[in-house]
Design a protein around this ligand. Structure first.
Ligand SMILES: Cc1cc2nc3c(=O)[nH]c(=O)nc-3n(C[C@H](O)[C@H](O)[C@H](O)COP(=O)(O)OP(=O)(O)OC[C@H]3O[C@@H](n4cnc5c(N)ncnc54)[C@H](O)[C@@H]3O)c2cc1C
Length: 618
């Protein structure tokens, strides 16, 4: 079938218009007044990404103007929460700029809550400030729309184009419009990937009629990882998946409950179960259990152990706080801003938290680089902070020339959240413009053949379906193709059972991981035969392919790190203890684009912040 092809040439191409993508689009215009800036989004940037529904708090704000926190404090906080392993150059760089981002949100009209006594932003916790955030995403989208030459909505990017004169330099991206089916070629001097994290790679707790209900955005399908991985970019800390403790069945957030409402957890007998697991945890991780605040994974660990020991269900004690009418209102409003579904779940289960303590649970694992976890691309840091192993010319550039990342895409720098992701988008865009201005993007060659080959590949699932359905004599199951949902469930089962998901209480080991890799290989092969009956299913097919590549990378990393660094996120049953002697390092992988094989290496962790202070003191 003849298909329309649209070719767009630009200087800066932003893939994904979520928090990081809108930040990148906005900042690219500031530094590149005369450049052509294009943002391509799978949904519609007004309501896309993890912040689509809104947020109730901005989780990363230093408050430097009031002396509340300094970037150094944030680096120490993130390092502690990630059990010692973060890229401190990236974290510091984000933290020193994040306040200016939040001040712009304020100027742009985001309703911020203020402390009536001090006039400062209302704190929810040490790092969080409270907002009326239903309009958060449309506000940042407006800034991007005013900055871009063009925003393309409803286009899913499936592949990066590569320069044919330098195989390690990017040349743009291709994708398709999910409504019209048109093929889009974006030839670009630089590409900033800001395509969010990865949900639905592990089997979710919500299956059957609840399928699609996840904690992280269900449409975050790992493109942020698959695109750079397939282009041969190095990745880091992909084993560091995150498991969240959330209100059961609705995945409602607990941050405001702990921090603002001062609610607390207890087991079914009303006991503080966390204390019970102190000695056992100390055996596994040593002094890390004595750190303050207790690292998120270790709190999860106590939860998981208590449930396995028969102490469940675990409850959030809300009955006390909800006696205060103000706190009761805050408790409910917390969901209205971002997870209204939790209130609906409670209504359906007859739970009024004023009279019944609601249940908590631990989620299936997710992969992302902006929340309390740091999976993602291995990128260059800023020139003034980064040691040689962390610096190769342009801030937030991956190991592929001209290919930048921001937000969930970037590894090693946890706790950026919405404001930090927008900030990182700004940093990446500034560097991308510099890369162009310094003539690093000259003479990129992308042939028609490369674009035509991708076109054939992208639409193949439609072809598979059109041909294969003729073989079906009854029902919907084809002997020749699998549907995206069948492929997704197969992927989730492999990841769940072999790579440490919910049904095995996050446990895995070398044998399981090797078997998982083998099964993922078979799945990859079968995905050549995925069938799509329409453009929406074509999107599902490509989401699945991106999720599968991401999963392979996660599994390779999990196999490589021979210790249990983050009990509560996952366990290596054959190496149950944290091993600082051998594994106080970052893991880095690269997939060879020609062979599809991964190679792994260790990279040093530099505690830059404290070393800097020691030097200044001496
Ligand atoms: C449930 C939940 C609660 C959170 N709570 C808070 C909070 O209270 N406070 C806070 O500060 N932060 C919070 N966060 C974190 C915050 O939302 C993220 O840190 C931030 O959105 C990450 O930015 P990003 O741009 O990397 O990803 P996103 O904002 O998710 O944007 C990614 C974008 O890429 C698009 N995309 C994906 N694939 C493709 C493709 N192939 N082609 C084109 N486009 C594509 C997506 O549609 C999306 O628009 C929360 C996140 C979640 C999920």
């Amino acid at each position: 079938m003849a298909r329309k092809t649209i070719i767009e040439e630009c200087d800066v191409l932003v893939v994904g218009g979520g928090m990081a993508g809108t930040g990148a689009t906005f900042e690219a215009r500031h530094w590149g007044r005369d450049l052509k800036i294009v943002c391509v989004e799978k949904a519609n940037i007004d309501r896309s990404g993890a912040v689509a529904q809104g947020l109730y708090a901005i989780n990363c704000y230093m408050g430097m103007q009031w002396g509340e926190n300094q970037p150094e404090d944030h680096v120490r906080y993130a390092r502690n929460d990630l059990m010692g392993l973060v890229r401190e150059d990236l974290g510091y760089d984000m933290a020193r700029h994040v306040d200016s981002t939040v001040h712009m949100f304020d100027e742009w009209g985001l309703p911020m809550m203020k402390n009536k006594q001090t006039g400062r932003y209302q704190r929810e916790g040490k790092w969080q400030i409270m907002i009326h955030g239903e309009s958060y995403k449309p506000i940042v989208a407006e800034a991007a729309k005013k900055s871009a030459d063009k925003i393309y909505n409803r286009i899913m990017i499936t592949h990066l184009l590569m320069d044919e004169t330098n195989e390690n330099r990017v040349g743009g991206a291709v994708g398709f419009n999910m409504r019209t089916g048109d093929y889009y070629i974006f030839k670009s001097k630089t590409v900033i990937v800001a395509a969010g994290g990865a949900s639905h790679i592990f089997k979710p707790r919500a299956v059957g009629e609840g399928m699609g209900r996840t904690w992280y955005a269900p449409w975050s399908n790992g493109s942020a990882y698959a695109l750079p991985i397939q282009a041969g970019a190095k990745m880091t800390q992909m084993e560091n998946r995150i498991v969240l403790c959330r209100f059961k069945d609705g995945y409602g957030p607990v941050g405001a409950y702990f921090l603002h409402l001062k609610t607390y957890t207890q087991n079914a007998n009303g006991e503080n179960y966390e204390k019970k697991w102190y000695n056992q945890t100390k055996e596994l991780v040593g002094e890390y259990i004595d750190h303050h605040p207790t690292p998120t994974c270790l709190r999860n660990h106590a939860f998981v152990q208590e449930v396995m020991a028969g102490g469940g269900p675990i409850h959030m004690v809300t009955k006390e706080a909800f006696q205060d009418p103000h706190l009761e209102t805050v408790g409910w409003e917390n969901f209205l801003g971002m997870t209204v579904g939790q209130a609906v779940v409670w209504a359906s289960q007859n739970i009024d938290p004023k009279y019944t303590n609601p249940e908590l649970t631990t989620s299936e694992p997710y992969v992302m680089g902006s929340h309390a976890t740091c999976s993602g691309a291995w990128v260059s840091g800023p020139e003034d902070l980064s040691p040689p192993e962390y610096f190769w010319g342009y801030n937030r550039m991956t190991t592929v020339e001209g290919l930048f990342g921001a937000g969930d895409t970037v590894g090693g720098s946890a706790h950026k959240f919405s404001s930090g992701s927008f900030t990182e988008g700004r940093l990446a865009a500034k560097a991308a413009v510099k890369y162009i201005q310094e003539q690093k993007a000259n003479n990129i060659k992308v042939s028609d053949k490369q674009c035509e080959d991708f076109k054939t590949m992208i639409y193949k699932p439609l072809e598979n379906y059109t041909v294969g359905r003729n073989e079906i004599t009854g029902g919907t199951v084809s002997p020749s193709y699998i549907s995206p949902i069948q492929g997704l469930q197969r992927l989730q089962k492999i990841m769940d059972e072999y790579v440490g998901g919910i049904s095995v209480n996050y446990m895995t080991n070398e044998n399981l991981l090797k078997k998982g890799l083998e099964l993922l290989d078979w799945l990859q092969e079968d995905l050549e035969n995925v069938g799509a009956e329409d453009y929406h299913q074509l999107m599902r097919a490509w989401e699945l392919k991106h999720r599968t590549v991401t999963s392979q990378c996660v599994t390779e990393h999990t196999l490589y790190r021979k210790e249990t660094r983050w009990p509560g996120y996952y366990y290596r049953g054959d190496h149950m203890k944290l091993d600082d002697e051998n594994w106080h390092c970052l893991t880095v992988s690269r997939r060879d684009p020609k062979t599809g094989k991964f190679t792994m290496e260790k990279m040093p962790v530099y505690h830059i912040i404290d070393e800097k202070e020691k030097k200044e003191a001496s």
